[in-house]
Design a protein around this ligand. Structure first.
Ligand SMILES: Nc1ncnc2c1ncn2[C@@H]1O[C@H](COP(=O)(O)OP(=O)(O)OP(=O)(O)O)[C@@H](O)[C@H]1O
Ligand SMILES: [Mg+2]
Length: 308
């Protein structure tokens, strides 16, 4: 069982404060998440599920690299700080570990997780469960075709849904934070159980400005000449439209790595290096998107070979 639990830590943890602060999101998102989460603990302690049907499930969805996992970890920490007493256990489930268990076993393991392991943990205090990439665990049964997806997946999804329902109703001490890139691949009955579904989209110009400013701030602490690049922040922000937070941060590293001179002495980094790195990134993204469209076209042809 232990292998499906990728991590189990006591909260709050100082190192997780950075997770909450690092992710730049639209105004209101952070507060909405935190208040819903805190409510899930406080209200469920006082009212029964019949009185207040709160499942204790929050779903974050959005494209890759937009900070969902990081934000969820930071959120867990903030929730713990807001509880009385200020503590909780964070349990991160590795969905791929669950999915890669021997055929026929997944369902058993899922049931054990929801009906034994998590309830046991919850008996000694609040538990926040991070279900990262939840689509691998709760795939939409309506979309799965039987040939492509073994019956085991259906059973595991059923087991997860049943387990989730029981856990939520009988254990007000448990909150599930789920993330996914593909909300459309999730079983609808899971989404219908969510108390809050929050889209974490690509960073807008304001968020990109904040990310870039923070990035330059970190770098300038070690290489003071980079202070001068801060004048170009709005230019970089405009040039990085459509780029996710993860790649945006990486692009600054890529810019430094783009020549031996800047790699040896990052103080030599000029705006042109950064713009060139951003342009390179945009080209890669364009190629990726073309490749994706090509695959999607093939895929839909496979599914509907006669154009149906
Ligand atoms: N909005 C953002 N603001 C600041 N940094 C960001 C943002 N989005 C992503 N990042 C950076 O990218 C890193 C990776 O993000 P994370 O793994 O949380 O994304 P994700 O949405 O879970 O991606 P995936 O869908 O691929 O799992 C973060 O640690 C952070 O450095
Ligand atoms: Mg993630």
């Amino acid at each position: 069982m232990m292998e499906v639990i990728a991590e189990q830590v006591h909260l709050p943890q100082q190192r997780l404060v950075a997770c909450w602060e690092a992710i730049k999101v639209a105004p209101g998102v952070r507060e909405r998440l935190l208040s819903q989460a805190v409510l899930a603990f406080t209200l469920r302690r006082k009212l029964s599920f019949e009185e207040a049907p709160i499942h204790g499930l929050i779903v974050l969805f959005g494209p890759p690299g937009t900070g969902k996992t990081t934000l969820a970890r930071g959120l867990a920490n903030e929730i713990a700080k807001a509880l009385t007493p200020p503590e909780a256990t964070l349990v991160a489930i590795d969905p791929h570990a669950l999915a890669s268990i021997a055929p026929g076993q997944t369902q058993k393991e899922v049931t054990r997780l929801f009906q034994q392991t998590l309830p046991e943990l919850a008996s000694s205090g609040p538990v926040i469960v991070l279900l990262d990439e939840v689509d691998t665990l709760v795939a939409d049964r309506h979309r799965l075709s039987l040939e492509a997806n073994p019956i085991d997946v259906h059973r595991a999804t059923d087991a997860a849904l049943v387990g989730l329902d029981r856990l939520c109703q009988s254990h007000p001490n448990v909150l599930l934070l789920a993330t996914t890139n593909f909300p459309q691949a999730l079983d609808r009955s899971l989404l219908s159980r969510a108390d809050l579904i929050e889209e974490i989209g690509l960073p807008d110009e304001q968020a990109r400005t904040q990310i870039i400013a923070e990035m330059l701030q970190h770098l300038a602490r070690h290489w003071p000449a980079l202070e001068a690049l801060k004048r170009e922040i709005s230019f970089f922000a405009a040039a990085s439209e459509g780029v996710d937070g993860r790649r945006l941060r990486k692009t600054f590293i890529a810019a430094i790595a783009s020549s031996l001179e800047t790699a040896r002495d990052p103080n030599q980094l000029k705006p042109t290096h950064i713009i060139a790195a951003l342009q390179g990134l945009r080209r890669d993204m364009q190629a990726e998107s073309e490749e994706r469209h090509r695959l999607e076209a093939l895929w839909s042809h496979d599914l509907h070979p006669h154009g149906a």
